[in-house]
Design a protein around this ligand. Structure first.
Ligand SMILES: C[S@@+](CC[C@H](N)C(=O)[O-])C[C@H]1O[C@@H](n2cnc3c(N)ncnc32)[C@H](O)[C@@H]1O
Length: 255
């Protein structure tokens, strides 16, 4: 009996590994030639019970650091798998702006909304590159299985930066089932390159959320300077050694 169970487990793991290899090769090859978002029919799977079972929305919301009363952007909301539970969570004092590029995805979201939902959930068709939102107007932005789908990720993250208040949250959630799934280190690098600071990494390797914080403008300026220095071969250690040497030379001259 145990032997048979073990064999079934090995088969399941082999199928999962094969799925990951095939789907990733297909996605990589496909994305090289065609940059299109997830087809709208996938919205039915994204908001299915099966998906909620594998990736409970409450857990994603908790990991993202969302609090009741917050104004939250769900960027690339799809059919609303996260936007609807988010609206419940932020409550009457809060608001969810559910943005997606595709009208057909938003249609699936609005079909599931009750009249009361429209008070705190605002579906908007827009591109991540040009959000129709004011500067520093939001407390948080969640992106679930979306960032990797956007061809120019830095451009999108700059827009997120613009609409977030100082100290605002950017929570990027990724799930292994998604053919575009990136490693945690890739997500961290993308966020840091855009000038966000990592606050927490929650969940598991296959279903994680990286929570970033929008740092003040001065931090971004410092980041730009340190990158320029690094590009020209100057490291923080090098700077430290050089200034220590200079100090020692001056002391010697004085004595
Ligand atoms: C894989 S779906 C994930 C949907 C949802 N966040 C979820 O977890 O169920 C990615 C979504 O991002 C949207 N998207 C892709 N590129 C976008 C862009 N440049 N601007 C806005 N939305 C975009 C797609 O239309 C799609 O609905």
């Amino acid at each position: 009996m145990l032997k048979r169970l073990g064999r079934v487990l090995v088969y399941l793991l082999a199928i999962l590994a094969l799925y990951q290899i095939v789907i990733r090769i297909l996605a990589k090859g496909f994305r090289r030639w065609v940059q299109v978002p997830a087809p709208a029919f996938l919205g039915y799977f994204l908001s299915s019970r099966f998906r909620y079972g594998l990736q409970p929305s409450v857990e994603v919301i908790r990991r993202s650091g969302i609090e009741p009363g917050m104004n939250v952007l769900d960027l690339g909301c799809g059919s609303g798998a996260l936007a609807l539970p988010l609206a419940d969570f932020v409550g009457e004092q809060g608001r969810v702006i559910a943005v997606d590029l595709q009208r057909h995805m938003l249609r699936q979201l609005t079909a599931r909304m009750t009249p009361a939902d429209f008070d705190c959930n605002l579906p908007v068709q827009a591109s991540a590159y040009a959000l129709p939102l004011a500067n520093a107007s939001l407390d948080a932005c969640v992106m679930s299985s979306t960032l990797q789908e956007i061809p120019n990720r830095q451009r999108a993250l700059r827009e997120v930066w613009r609409v977030l208040k100082p100290g605002g949250i950017l929570a990027v959630t990724e799930f292994l089932i998604d053919p575009d799934y990136p490693l945690i280190s890739t997500t961290i690098r993308l966020g840091e390159e855009a000038g966000f600071e990592v606050k927490a990494v929650k969940g598991t390797f296959w279903n994680y959320t990286v929570r970033f914080r929008k740092m003040p403008d001065a931090y971004q300026a410092m980041l730009r300077v340190s990158r320029k220095l690094e590009d020209s071969g100057v490291t923080a250690r090098g700077l430290y050694e050089a200034s220590r040497q200079e100090l020692e030379d001056r002391t010697d001259r004085l004595l």
